[in-house]
Design a protein around this ligand. Sequence first.
Ligand SMILES: CC(C)(COP(=O)(O)OP(=O)(O)OC[C@H]1O[C@@H](n2cnc3c(N)ncnc32)[C@H](O)[C@@H]1OP(=O)(O)O)[C@@H](O)C(=O)NCCC(=O)NCCS
Length: 281
Amino acid sequence: MVRKPIARRELATALEAAGIPSGTVLVVHSALGRIGWMLGGPQAAVRALQDVLGPRGTLVMPTFSFSLAAWNLPPFDPGRTPSRVGLLTDTFWRMEGVLRSSHPTHSFAAGGPLAPDIVGGPIDYEPLGIGSPVDRVRQAGGHILLIGVGQDRNSTVHLAEDLAGMPYLRVPFDGSRGYDEAWYAKHPGGEAHRLEIHRMPGSSEGFEVLDHILLRQGIVTEHPVGQTTARFMESEALCNAIVPMLAENPLLLLSASSGSEITARRRRHMESLAAKGSPNP
Ligand SMILES: CC(C)(COP(=O)(O)OP(=O)(O)OC[C@H]1O[C@@H](n2cnc3c(N)ncnc32)[C@H](O)[C@@H]1OP(=O)(O)O)[C@@H](O)C(=O)NCCC(=O)NCCS
């Protein structure tokens, strides 16, 4: 694909047309390369988002590093560890005035007046669960924008799994014990400390099943942005739509055709619960 140049003002105009209200809290998941060629680099794309949100808005992005001890990744250090979920996100957390949470697998960055509320405080929540940054965005009446990516990149769907009390979240990646273990560098000194994770978000490739349902229900709207499409939604409305779907079909987001080992293990767990007649022990 030949990337067509797009300027900050042009991007902001396209985002405004998507209906993003100024002053909201907005979580953005993105594939920068699909927009076209952003003149002024990734910083200009961040500025375009901030132009739309205005001074009272708060911009939030995932900056996940997946710093699991078992995956041989270095201990997470919020001031050094790169984001592994896109160039825009890795640019954003390094910009002046932007705060980053210290979760060793699923950190978020935020800039704007509500940033300390969204990413501050101790890590006393599961990565994308109740009390996490995505939940705080929901509670603040915030919105979600997917630029060039689908629902399989929407972290708030994992929040909906937690709100729905899905028992499969308790099946860890680490089959050798009952939980996963992340690690982070504790300052001063930088020595590695460990954090137990008891409800690790699994593979999200099955989330694509939601796309046409949510579009049909009007919960998600689609908008052209440069050479790609953006999907826009309210966080609370998204969760309110998914929770009853999961109550009706707890396997909905665990794609049977997924090649992912964790999804297969989580499906087996749910099937064994169903065989015992207990959907939620
Ligand atoms: C994986 C993912 C990030 C890849 O998207 P991508 O557009 O290929 O990559 P990035 O967003 O990192 O941007 C880098 C690309 O932008 C290009 N780029 C660099 N400067 C650019 C600019 N000024 N304008 C446009 N593109 C630019 C880079 O060359 C690179 O493209 P290339 O790989 O073809 O060389 C994306 O598919 C994705 O999944 N995003 C969401 C991630 C997320 O939020 N995950 C959390 C929930 S699971």
